[in-house]
Design a protein around this ligand. Structure first.
Ligand code: AMP
Length: 192
């Protein structure tokens, strides 16, 4: 059983690394951002609720996000563990995740934080904007997302660090190099 959380600012490479790690560990990578984007593309009720927040680079309200993740983490494919990419992002989400896992007699094994300097993050996101056609990858929204991360999500690192769960990784370099670091960190966290 492995339950890991991948944290880091927008553009740090969480999505890419979550896929590599999930594949290696044989558990699903659960990305709240991906789930929201799929719901928006499918035009579901949840997607319609979330779209304005995504486009503006704001967090979707906790009530909506938490309800979605509650349902996702009850699915059978999470029994052997899972990887979270982009959740939790607020203190309330940490509390909900704790509560949800406690109810399943489970807990977070570790948190891997990807660190990348702000100017490189902006450059990466602008590059992705040119390629991926994401509605929130334009410069004003990118800068806003970085600010929201610093204000609302960065404090969560201290919360998990106080529990002895955090390993910080240098997120710069090529994808394979970063994957090596992430895998090494995950192995240590799993053993701990
Ligand atoms: P991401 O793909 O992780 O960068 O997320 C893209 C967008 O989805 C964010 O800017 C938010 O609008 C929304 N989102 C993803 N995860 C969360 C979350 N845990 N809480 C609130 N909003 C979220």
């Amino acid at each position: 059983m492995t339950i890991l959380v991948l944290m880091g600012p927008p553009g740090a490479g969480k999505g890419t690394q979550a896929e590599v790690l999930a594949d290696r560990l044989g558990v699903p990578a659960i990305s709240t951002g991906d789930i929201f984007r799929t719901q928006v593309a499918d035009g579901t009720a949840l997607g319609q609720q979330a779209k304005g927040y995504l486009d503006a680079g704001e967090y979707v309200p906790d009530s909506v996000t938490n309800a979605m993740i509650r349902e996702r983490l009850c699915a059978d494919d999470t029994r052997a563990g899972f990887l979270l990419d982009g959740y939790p992002r607020t203190l309330e989400q940490v509390a909900v995740l704790d509560d949800l896992l406690a109810g399943q007699r489970r807990f977070v094994d570790g948190v891997v934080v990807l660190e990348v300097q702000a100017d490189e993050l902006v450059a990466r996101l602008l590059h992705r904007a040119a390629e991926a056609n994401r509605s929130d990858d334009n410069e004003p929204v990118i800068r806003h997302r970085l600010k929201v991360y610093a204000e609302q999500t960065q404090p969560l690192i201290d919360v998990y660090a106080a529990r002895g769960l955090v390993t910080t990784i240098d997120g710069t370099g090529d994808t394979a190099q970063v994957s090596q670091r992430v895998l090494a960190a995950a192995n240590t966290l799993q053993a701990g």
